[in-house]
Design a protein around this ligand. Structure first.
Ligand code: GLC
Ligand code: CA
Length: 597
């Protein structure tokens, strides 16, 4: 090795802020089983349907497939209410189907990640049936039971005023034993009592079972909610129309969270497993770092919600918010820099089964801009520091549910409960109801749950049977579907594949490199640089639907002068176009310039 080479290498190693890991170099595709592919015509997606699409997923270039819950469940919350962790929800298939799926995933060089929902179970789980049966049952202490409170006039109240995420109080009174149980979500989703070591052992056993079966890790549902402040204090009520506020202060990253996560982490480490924890209601990266700092060996990475909550209004998710690029810049940059500087790791996502579609929220649904803005978002997201997650349909630019949809067409209990509560509380307020419907169309969870658009046939070729899908298809599938995109080299699908390939080609730069925000005050463009050793990439994304003239800032001029174009979402872009003093960016234009090795 020559002297210069050694020098470069030492510098590169020096700039490796955090340890290497296979899961940092991977990307993930999330499947929502009910809506992915129906193989037997009953209107519900299933495991065999997924198996039939493995080559499609492989062609995208991802490394990991994460499935939303497939365990046995009464489906009050689409499987996030598990009644048996060792059995499969029958409409999805059998244990043998899952074994076949894992085999198929592995045969293609990919890995399977399971959704583990253990903050709560279904109320139909045998543990809860036992627990509620009597105060002396051995499972009583597996859940969180408390005595009622009574006002002076003898009216019964829940033990505290925490609200459920799905409307109303987070406690339900059980006549049988005259106590309340806690459920941060639906009343059919009682929270497990993690203070009880036997509960934790039961969770560990489930993890080992699935790891032994060939799962390569877990997505851990609301995992930062598992440790509750045992005093269970009230939350001050600030808005009288909402008597049951969110109690997150007393359970999001609660007192014993890291003790519990370390126990999970030691199992994950044994298997060199992947892990991503879902961590809502925490916006301080320092809190999340405690779980994802590389050396602590708790979790690999976490889904933080600061980007997802960016267009929520002052009265919550379904009140009008105001998305501004400058907020996105500050949030993204905060997490990018913080995790890099502190040996943590980011999970990168703009969509999942709980969110509106990113083109509808942050791009444009207009026909002339839909594909362009989808590719722009792919460029913007896919080249950041962290592990990228693509949610089914995102890779073909699926958008939110049609404007013509009435509330009757919705299936999700969060939206339905919210709507019922609101319309009962404010009868006749058509203005508020209209506004709320508009916000639900932007942000409600059903947006991401419409059947995957495979082709132009009936039911978008999601299902071949005569039974209509469990939730209606979107209107646009004849022109907007996977089969036309796979064969079109200029499609969003193939663009995404190109972005993921860039991460594989320049692993050091795009996976391990640093992040710097460029031209912070620009209101239309999101520009950032990635740097590793002698290699620099500048990622430019126009978030507006206007032409934007951009004078290339001094700090990246040398990259533009000597660099080459790696990728761009307008086909005609030329290297010479970027080498002047200023560039004219077209609507939603995005491109990447690279200099160095
Ligand atoms: C997570 C899931 C969501 C579910 C909730 C309760 O946020 O992503 O779908 O409703 O947890 O399990
Ligand atoms: Ca089916």
């Amino acid at each position: 090795m020559s002297g210069t080479e050694t020098q470069v290498q030492t510098r590169s190693q020096h700039q490796l802020a955090s340890g290497r890991a296979w899961w940092k170099e991977s990307s993930v595709y999330q499947i929502y089983p009910a809506s992915f592919k129906d193989s037997n015509g009953d209107g519900i997606g299933d495991i065999q349907g997924i198996i039939s699409k493995l080559d499609y997923i492989k062609a995208l270039g991802v490394d990991i497939i994460w499935l939303s819950p497939i365990s046995q469940s009464p489906q009050v919350d689409m499987g996030y209410d598990v009644s048996d962790y060792y059995a499969i929800h029958p409409p999805y298939g059998t244990l043998e189907d899952v074994e076949m799926l894992i085999k198929g995933i592995r045969a293609r060089g990919m890995k399977y990640v399971m959704d583990l929902v253990v903050n709560h179970t279904s109320d139909q789980h045998e543990w809860f049936k036992q627990s509620r049966s009597s105060k002396t049952n051995e499972f009583r202490d597996w859940y969180i039971w408390k005595k009622p409170r009574y006002t002076a006039d003898g009216v019964r109240h829940p033990p505290n005023n925490w609200g459920s995420y799905f409307s109303g109080p987070a406690w339900t009174y059980d006549e049988q034993t005259e106590e309340y149980y806690l459920h941060l979500f639906a009343s059919e989703q009682p929270d497990l009592n993690w203070e009880n070591p036997i509960v934790r052992e039961a969770v560990h056993k489930i993890m080992r079972y699935w790891l032994d079966k060939g799962a390569s890790g877990f997505r851990l549902d609301v995992i930062n909610f598992i440790s509750k402040d045992q005093r269970f204090p009230d939350i001050p009520v600030t808005d009288p129309s909402r008597p049951y506020p969110e109690g997150a202060k007393y359970y999001a990253c609660g007192p014993r969270i890291h003790e519990y996560l370390q126990e999970l982490g030691s199992i994950l480490k044994e298997y060199d497993a992947f892990s991503v924890g879902e961590m809502p209601s925490v916006y301080d990266p320092k809190e999340i770092l405690k779980a994802v700092e590389f050396e602590r060996q708790e979790l690999g990475m976490a889904f933080q919600f600061e980007i997802m909550d960016i267009d929520h209004g002052p009265q919550g998710k379904f009140s009008p918010g105001n998305f501004q690029l400058k907020n996105l810049k500050s949030v993204v940059s905060k997490w990018q820099s913080f995790m890099y500087d502190n040996n943590g790791w980011n999970a990168l996502y703009l969509e999942n089964h709980d969110q509106g579609r990113s083109i509808s929220r942050f791009g444009s649904e207009k026909p002339e801009f839909r594909s362009l803005s989808g590719k722009m978002l792919a460029t913007f997201l896919g080249l950041q520091s962290g592990t990228p997650f693509i949610y089914q349909g995102q890779e073909i630019g699926m958008t939110n549910l049609p404007e013509t949809w009435k509330v009757e067409k919705l299936r999700d209990l969060e939206a339905i409960n919210f709507w019922n509560e609101l319309t009962q509380r404010t009868p006749g307020d058509t203005k508020l109801h209209g506004q709320t419907m508009k916000e639900m169309r932007l942000k409600c969870r059903d947006n991401g749950r419409l059947p995957m658009q495979w082709g132009p046939g009936k039911f978008a070729d999601f299902s071949s049977g005569s039974t209509a899908p469990w939730i209606d298809t979107n209107d646009d599938y004849e022109n907007w579907n996977a089969s036309s995109q796979v064969s079109d080299s200029s499609s969003i699908f193939n663009y995404w594949a190109g972005i993921l390939k860039l991460r594989k080609t320049w692993v050091d730069l795009f996976v391990y490199g640093s992040y710097t925000l460029v031209d912070e005050s620009n209101d239309d463009l999101f520009v950032y640089a990635r740097l590793f050793g002698e290699s620099t990439a500048v990622v430019v994304s126009n978030f507006s639907e206007e032409n934007v003239k951009w004078s290339i800032p001094a700090d990246v001029k040398s990259v533009f002068a000597a660099g080459k174009l790696l990728v761009g979402n307008y086909e005609e872009l030329q290297v010479t176009d970027i080498q002047g003093e200023a560039i004219m960016l077209r609507p939603f234009e995005a491109f990447v310039v690279h200099k160095g090795e």
